[in-house]
Design a protein around this ligand. Structure first.
Ligand SMILES: Nc1nc2c(ncn2[C@@H]2O[C@H](COP(=O)(O)OP(=O)(O)O)[C@@H](O)[C@H]2O)c(=O)[nH]1
Ligand SMILES: [Mg+2]
Length: 241
């Protein structure tokens, strides 16, 4: 019989005290979970206190040295010890063990090494207006992913050591492209309905810029575009958002 794989769940978190306790306790209930890790990005509310109360392994990052969700994910992956690492946003109102289980399952079955979660909701604005058009141009092989920016992902822990974690919002699309170019089997699965808050439009500019930058950087590295053309495209996109 194949050996059973265990799971580390990592939540990058910044100032989401009210979600932490439930997210951690729900994640502990999922099958195969050996540890739940909160990576705190310099929260100024009660996030850290709540994480400790919920008995999460808690990494407290220095705001000065480690900004951004991507750095938090990278540190979570390096700290984790499970065979599989599942990343989830903490601010999912209907958090359920099935989110963790559905993400880990294709890896346990050896059908994938990297799993992208998608959910029954329209994809976000940055996804539709920035990520998908750029993927369609530079990585048409990935253009069919419904939610290339989703933060609900799972992967073999060791595979995460072979890819580059962007510091900020480019991290999720960057991981998807990196896994694809390493030739890892990647799959997208529907994890059901996810209830969470939408960001106001002005907050999306930085996100859109970082997502575009992560895609274009890889397109340049892969010889799919030259740097000057990439910068011109990036400027045009940022001016439009
Ligand atoms: N550690 C850390 N976590 C972050 C940072 N920014 C966002 N997060 C967390 O990353 C997840 C996704 O962020 P969120 O603001 O909900 O993004 P959205 O759902 O795409 O609008 C949540 O769990 C946040 O608390 C950061 O700078 N550092
Ligand atoms: Mg959110």
């Amino acid at each position: 019989m194949p050996e059973k794989m265990d799971v580390s769940v990592v939540f990058p978190v910044k100032n989401r005290a009210s979600y932490v306790r439930k997210a951690v306790s729900v994640a502990y209930k999922a099958e195969g979970v050996k540890e739940v890790i909160i990576v705190d990005g310099g929260s100024t509310d009660g996030t850290i206190r709540e994480a400790l109360k919920a008995k999460a392994k808690t990494i407290i990052q220095s705001k000065l040295v480690y900004p951004g969700k991507g750095v938090a994910m990278r540190d979570g992956a390096y700290y984790a010890s499970g065979d599989i690492v599942v990343f989830l946003d903490v601010d999912i109102k209907n958090m359920a063990p099935s989110f963790v289980e559905k993400l880990a399952e294709p890896i346990m079955r050896k059908e994938a090494e990297f799993v992208k979660g998608c959910f029954e909701r329209e994809a976000g604005r940055v996804t539709e207006l920035v990520a998908k058009p750029l993927l369609k141009i530079f990585y048409p092989e990935l253009a069919n992913f419904r939610q290339p920016l989703s933060g609900e992902i799972a992967g073999l822990r060791k595979t995460f050591y072979e890819v580059e974690f962007e510091e900020g919002w480019g991290v999720d699309v960057g991981l998807l492209i990196d896994m694809h170019r390493l030739g890892r089997p990647v799959t997208e699965i529907d994890i059901g309905f996810k209830d969470h808050e939408m960001k106001p439009l002005p907050h999306l500019t930085d996100m859109a810029h970082q997502v575009a930058d992560a895609i274009l950087k890889r397109a340049v590295e892969d010889g799919r575009i030259d740097r000057r053309a990439a910068e011109a495209r990036l400027r045009a996109i940022v001016e439009r958002v």
